[in-house]
Design a protein around this ligand. Sequence first.
Ligand SMILES: C[S@+](CC[C@H](N)C(=O)[O-])C[C@H]1O[C@@H](n2cnc3c(N)ncnc32)[C@H](O)[C@@H]1O
Ligand SMILES: C[S@@+](CC[C@H](N)C(=O)[O-])C[C@H]1O[C@@H](n2cnc3c(N)ncnc32)[C@H](O)[C@@H]1O
Ligand code: SF4
Length: 381
Amino acid sequence: MTEPLALYVHWPFCVSKCPYCDFNSHVRESVDQAVWRDALLADLRHEATLLPGRRVSSIFFGGGTPSLMPPATVAAVIGEAAALWGLTDDCEITLEANPNSVEVAAFADLAAAGVNRVSIGVQSFDPQVLEFLGRAHSGDEARRAITAAQAHFRRASFDLIYARPGQGLADWERELADALGFGTGHLSLYQLTIEPGTRFATLAAKGELVPPDGDAAADLFDATQAMTRAAGLPRYEVSNHARPGEESRHNLTYWRYGDYAGVGPGAHGRRLAQATERHKKPENFIAAVERNGHGLKVETDLPPHERATEAMLMGLRLTEGIDLARIEVRSGLARDAFVDADAVARLAGQGLMQQTGDRLGVTDDGILLLDSILSEVVRTG
Ligand SMILES: C[S@+](CC[C@H](N)C(=O)[O-])C[C@H]1O[C@@H](n2cnc3c(N)ncnc32)[C@H](O)[C@@H]1O
Ligand SMILES: C[S@@+](CC[C@H](N)C(=O)[O-])C[C@H]1O[C@@H](n2cnc3c(N)ncnc32)[C@H](O)[C@@H]1O
Ligand code: SF4
């Protein structure tokens, strides 16, 4: 049996650019919807020639702001994927939505198009924080969007950003309790990261934006774990929480080093030994599709060591950890070539890692030290 395939579709446009964000997102006065629909469909057909004989087990519309896509385009992409590959019976189809009222008004049509899971970028419910984050929606709009999503889709999740400048523990506990009160089966809780090249990075460099220090951030993280566990939504990845069974199957495919195809500007794809990258700027992507019939920019062979290393970097983010036997199969290397057994034994002795048979994982105590743990255990060849 062949492994299932995850499909990522990128929509690169947003109403405004948030000052913390370095995703491939752009503000454009107008978007030629017919050109974009046709370009995504052409890109999809090209991917299908490279990855025949698979069935799609998840589709993820990310961005940018894919809730700005015309529902008819979403339906056309899902229909084309079904025609080219076929979808598994329980195919998870996620779309990221911003909580603005216009986009919420499209929920019914998006559900009719086949979307069965939404992930809403709430970030915060606090008006002052939303302004600081440059968000184009209010706290009430966010609340209404979550409730509407729960009514229209089988599954709903939302994102919050915490460990913000000046945020105290009590503030965060109140906001998180509020969030858990909605009873969604999934939550993504990200600590604010200052990404190079963003407006926040400029402010941080001038000392005008000071995120909490390491200790304060660790306290916020610990409180997050305790509260989500008590609410039945434990962490299953560094920043992702779910009721068991409600994990994002699409993202699990990435973290478990499964195969995925990516279409649209800047989308990444990976199949066993190859990584694909697409033209990133919207205009370059469209020009490439018009020139070549697809948006693929480069395809890179992944040598065995790179495969094993990436599989470890991704997999150790998961609470379930990695399956060393699976990485041996996917990379063609014996485990001694990519994991330092002495370092694992030492870290296990300190309570930071645990190993049971082929399963190796990072413990709750280790997860905040993930980067240094990785630098000790991953053998880069
Ligand atoms: C990391 S956020 C996760 C969102 C949400 N918290 C969830 O759990 O569904 C998803 C974003 O990652 C980026 N992304 C995901 N898969 C990608 C791919 N294959 N190629 C390029 N970017 C991707 C996109 O910008 C997308 O909007
Ligand atoms: C690619 S964004 C797309 C979501 C959608 N456009 C929105 O903004 O609502 C996915 C998520 O990544 C998170 N994110 C983006 N930049 C971040 C940063 N610098 N630090 C922490 N989280 C970030 C936000 O929670 C955001 O909802
Ligand atoms: S956070 Fe979302 S809405 Fe803001 S610029 Fe990034 S992708 Fe666009």
